[in-house]
Design a protein around this ligand. Structure first.
Ligand code: GLN
Length: 277
């Protein structure tokens, strides 16, 4: 089979299991195993590919994708976020486009934070992307999970070594005050977690998804303590679930934050809340 036929073969395998974007995923897996970039593929689609270790690896990945529903990004080992390639393993949540929207909104406020704190950093995608953009003096990412922090540190070392990663249950081991505290905490209710698509439910870390009974557990805790770690006028910014805007806004206002705003994503869903101390 030539390259295109190998991709089409993979597409058919994935379609049998109703996997969305089967052709795209087949292309990603094939080019990953063959170490081809997009141009190599497009200009050499008709080149014959003999069966060998690479095609075997491809077949194995297709099988894992179909049978075990392992997310594509864990098979590839990377995910693009804000134009950079982040290493991902099942110890961290796969960075989402939704979160890029949140960062774009933060940037659009025009703030110039010199000290940034990212709680529940996971892969480190938020802390690292903000540090690359704002060039702050200090940028810290925290996570409760040691395994997640290993991945965050690996990403930091490669993309932005000034970012510091520390193990901390929210503010537990945090010191100092910040211009910006940002978090995409676990926010899905425990009940909804059980109904997530198998890729997410069975493979992404539950610790990064489960916001407990009403999904608001972490917002509540962070909002209660955030003032002590914010400079006067500093910003607290959250990614939220589409139906959590008002609840989070109210909690922030009750805790004395002002100019609290809910922002929507491109699909018109409420996606973030931010406000100032
Ligand atoms: N901050 C990371 C992200 O946005 C991880 C979030 C989490 O684990 N809840 O992808």
């Amino acid at each position: 089979m030539n390259r295109r036929e190998w991709v089409q073969y993979g597409q058919r395998q994935l379609e049998k299991e109703q996997i969305d974007n089967a052709s795209g995923e087949a292309w990603y897996l094939f080019s990953h195993c063959m170490k081809l970039n997009r141009e190599d593929y497009l200009f050499g689609m008709t080149e014959e590919v003999e069966e060998g270790p690479e095609t075997k690896a491809y077949e194995e990945m297709l099988e894992k994708r179909r049978k075990e529903r392992i997310p594509l990004q864990y098979l590839l080992g990377t995910q693009e976020f804000m134009g950079h390639s982040f290493v991902v393993t099942p110890d961290v949540l796969i960075p989402r486009q939704d979160t890029e929207t949140v960062l774009e909104e933060v940037i659009a406020t025009g703030i110039q934070p010199e000290k940034i704190l990212d709680l529940c950093t996971g892969s480190g995608c938020i802390a690292i992307s903000l540090a690359l953009f704002f060039q702050p003096k200090i940028c810290i990412g925290t996570d409760i999970s040691e395994k997640a922090l290993e991945i965050a540190k690996e990403n930091g070392k490669r993309l932005c070594p000034m970012v510091e990663f520390i193990q901390s249950d929210l503010f537990e081991n945090v010191e100092g005050t910040y211009d910006l505290i940002i978090s995409n905490p676990p926010y899905i209710t425990s009940e909804e977690c059980r109904k997530l698509m198998p890729e997410v439910r069975d493979h992404e870390p539950m610790l990064a998804l489960d916001g407990k009974d009403d999904g608001l557990f972490f917002y509540r805790k962070i909002i209660r303590e955030a003032s002590g770690y914010l400079k006067a006028g500093g910003m607290l910014a959250f990614e939220i679930g589409y139906d959590q805007g008002n609840a989070v806004k109210e909690m922030m206002e009750e805790s004395g934050f002002h100019d609290v705003k809910i922002k929507k994503d491109l699909a018109g869903l409420e996606r973030m809340v931010f406000g100032n101390k």
